[in-house]
Design a protein around this ligand. Sequence first.
Ligand code: DX5
Ligand code: ZN
Length: 214
Amino acid sequence: MIVSPSLLSADFANLSQDVAMCESSRAGMLHCDVMDGVFVPNISFGFPVIKAVAKIATKPLDVHLMIVNPQNYIGRVRDCGAAIMNVHQEACIHLDRTVAAIKAAGMKAAVTINPATPVVMLEDIIEEVDMVLLMSVNPGFGGQSFIDNTLKKVKQVRALIDTSSSQALIEVDGGVNERTGALLATAGADVLVAGNYVFKSSDPVGAITKLKNL
Ligand code: DX5
Ligand code: ZN
């Protein structure tokens, strides 16, 4: 299992300490949630913060853009130091073009779908993407409860990958903890994003290890 701690739940006044904690842990990447107050009803952080994190992190940055028109920011996301650029299927009219542009910019391309978006929407892009990100909460806030229907969707994406030439990883984001993480591991998830479960824990490094070992 690959663990991607979500910095949305980190202590922004001590971000370098929280990044250092992730660096010292078995986290495989660092999840950065960008929100624009339009695609989702919240605003988080943007390029300057991602740039600052990239300066002190050696692990790949997994940037999740909860914004409209993400295709307008591909170059800037790359210049911030992102390794993976996640765009929402719901935010991209020309998803195929956007995925190609992300890869041409030298990043891995991931496509994200909301809880009510069916997996069939990925059918004609699956062979082009490096990762699928399934939202297991409605995006916009950390600390929400896991939506159980996601387990079915993980199995559906796994079947889609297995019946195509896709090598895509399956990432899940929202309400992940030891219990839901175990269910997701069984269903076939490769990458677990966790915000509150990691950063609100009294032992964040241990919490990451627990998810890693699922
Ligand atoms: C939600 C974000 C998530 C969030 C997860 O909109 O995309 O990455 O930080 O937080 P938890 O793990 O607390 O649900
Ligand atoms: Zn996220």
